[in-house]
Design a binder for this molecule. Sequence first.
Ligand code: 4NP
Length: 151
Amino acid sequence: MTQRILFVCLGNICRSPSAEGVVRVKAAQRGVNLNLDSAGTGGWHAGEPPYGPMQKAAKARGYDLSGLRAREVTEGDFGAFDLIVAMDADNMANLRRMQPEGGAEVRLFTDYAPEGSGWTEVPDPYYTRDFDGTLDHVEVCADGLLDALSR
Ligand code: 4NP
């Protein structure tokens, strides 16, 4: 069965579109069929492509984010997706407040990092300005997520 996965951050212009783009490439490399999207808990950037510096850093690693457009997460997403993956604890708390009975499971992306990584969130590069550091986290968590789905 095709798994439907939604990645969620705050603005949907840095972390969650990167997660979507990275998981899309890695899933294709593994021959895994997934239905992927991303959204933000805030809607300020709705309709915008991913943040320029984030796109540039992702492109350098082979991930083209240019076709993505930001949108705000909705209650309907809990019915439209099997799994909603939050980038940090604030995203998670906001999602929990919206979560209806039943519907998508909500997890942190760093839940899929290797044991002992100590990671509790994907750092927000809009504030850290470390776009490569964010991609390092995203790539490792993407592999872990795909490993978990294959088990
Ligand atoms: P993101 O980063 O949640 O990873 O997309 C942010 C982008 C924009 C803002 C905050 C975080 N903002 O406040 O505009």
